[in-house]
Design a protein around this ligand. Structure first.
Ligand code: SF4
Length: 444
């Protein structure tokens, strides 16, 4: 009998840099490529083409992206570049003339076409069935859910609107369909992401769509309620404190949505917030935080701050420290202001010296570590629901997260004697100890 050797399917290597939004783009691209018969290569050597999804948010991220492109060229030679830095095609081409193609963010069709050209799909590919929920780069039990692209604001330190354009929201029924598929495929936690979650649906004039026999508006509150009814944990990221955020708090109190808000405040001083051109710059925000906590006492608030923004005086900085002391945020990230090419703040007067930025950064981190340590110490003796991320077969321990902890950015809960658990389990954990960022306990 004559046997036919089917051609080997082409293989794609992937280097995915940047934020969760870029990760979701990578997932979409590889889902499409797998559907076209491509296989993924875990290393450079086995790849017919390497796709580098770049980040262009800060100059340091651009440098990292260029380094990744250089490494892929050196190790493999056949490289397609996509993502935020794709907007800087000339810089990439000048430095790496051998790059096969450069496409920008969200140009899914263009990047897939570039891969097709670089390594054509085989005539009779072994097409692995792509799971209906698409392919994910995060573990199966949590998924990022992107609800919109772009941003209508023009914060002085940011070039995202330049890179990604104005706000374009997805239809609520499309988001809910994706969320449902992810939930059916084993997702236990949906992480809602965008550049500005509170602005969701503004561009759609908050119109309503039919979903399972009832109307759902393209609005953060409606969407949060519907997502919450699926049965997964729902965590809201990048929420600006617009007035309607108050209407999400009751959903948290009801247990539909996790009592967690990721609000990128960036500063507290009204003068600096004005100079930053931040949206929802609300002088009464401390009062609102108190009201939110009265309604949802377990509410965890995470935020990030920029120190050393041009014009930030010691007085402005101390305003921030006092504000942080009062706000008692659960998790705080801090960045030293970094000039980004194309951002208005880069050419502002009164740039702050690097040593001053470093000193202010240390002071914010020390204060937030103290607040975090106190807040975590208050959880010792309590029993918390924990979603298990990893079980360590060697030590018999496991690592997971409580409702107050988002993956990658917040703290963790370390469990002892947990070898019978599996990633994706949600278990009750008695908290036995704490430190500045993490909790320690045992499943009960
Ligand atoms: S809200 Fe401001 S910082 Fe955030 S993406 Fe929009 S412009 Fe950038």
């Amino acid at each position: 009998m004559k046997t036919t050797t089917l051609p080997r399917p082409p293989r794609v290597g992937l280097v995915s840099l940047g934020c969760p939004k870029a990760l979701v783009d990578s997932e979409r691209i590889i889902t499409k490529l797998r559907g076209d018969g491509y296989q993924m290569s875990p290393d450079y050597a086995g790849a017919d083409v390497v796709l580098v999804n770049t980040c262009g948010f800060l100059d340091s991220a651009k440098a990292e992206s260029l380094e990744a492109i250089g490494e892929a060229i050196a190790e493999n030679g056949r490289v397609v570049v996509t993502g935020c830095m794709g907007r800087d095609a000339e810089i990439i081409r000048e430095r790496f003339p051998d790059v096969l193609a450069v496409t920008g963010p969200q140009q899914y069709e263009e990047v897939v076409a570039a891969v097709h050209e670089a390594a054509p799909p085989s005539a009779s590919p072994f097409i692995d069935l792509v799971p209906e929920a698409g392919l994910k780069l995060t573990p199966r039990h949590y998924s990022y859910l992107k609800i919109s692209e772009g941003c209508n604001h023009r914060c002085a330190f940011c070039i995202i609107p330049h890179l990604r354009g104005d706000l374009v929201s997805r239809r609520p029924d499309a988001i809910l369909r994706e969320a449902e598929k992810l939930f059916e495929a084993g997702t236990k936690e949906l992480l809602v992401i965008s550049q500005d979650t509170s602005a969701y649906g503004l561009d759609l004039k908050h119109a309503a769509w039919n979903w399972r026999g009832h109307e759902v508006r393209a609005h953060m509150t409606d969407l949060a309620r519907e997502l919450g009814s699926l049965g997964a944990w729902v965590r809201l990221h990048y929420v600006y404190p617009y007035p309607h955020v108050d209407s999400v708090i009751p959903l948290m109190a009801e247990g539909l949505v996790l009592p967690y808000l990721d609000i990128p405040f960036q500063h507290a001083s009204p003068k600096i917030l004005r100079a930053m051109k931040r949206p929802a710059n609300d002088a009464k925000v401390l009062q609102r935080i108190r009201e939110w906590r009265a309604q949802a006492p377990d509410l965890a608030i995470r935020s990030s701050f920029v120190v050393g923004f041009p014009g930030e005086t010691e007085e402005d900085f101390e305003y921030l420290l006092n504000w942080l002391e009062e706000a008692q945020l659960d998790r705080v990230g801090c960045f030293r202001f970094e000039p980004v090419e194309g951002a208005p703040a880069t050419s502002m007067e009164d740039q702050v010296a690097d040593e001053v930025k470093a000193d202010r950064f240390d002071r914010v981190m020390a204060l937030s570590a103290r607040i975090s340590a106190d807040k975590l110490a208050a959880k010792v003796g309590k029993t918390l629901d924990v979603l298990i991320d990893v079980v360590d077969a060697e030590t018999g321990g496991a690592t997971g997260r409580s409702k107050a902890d988002a993956p990658e950015i917040d703290g963790e809960v370390h469990l002892r004697d947990a070898s019978e658990l599996r990633a994706g389990d949600i278990v009750s954990v008695l908290i036995e100890d704490s430190d500045a960022h993490d909790l320690y306990g045992v499943a009960v």
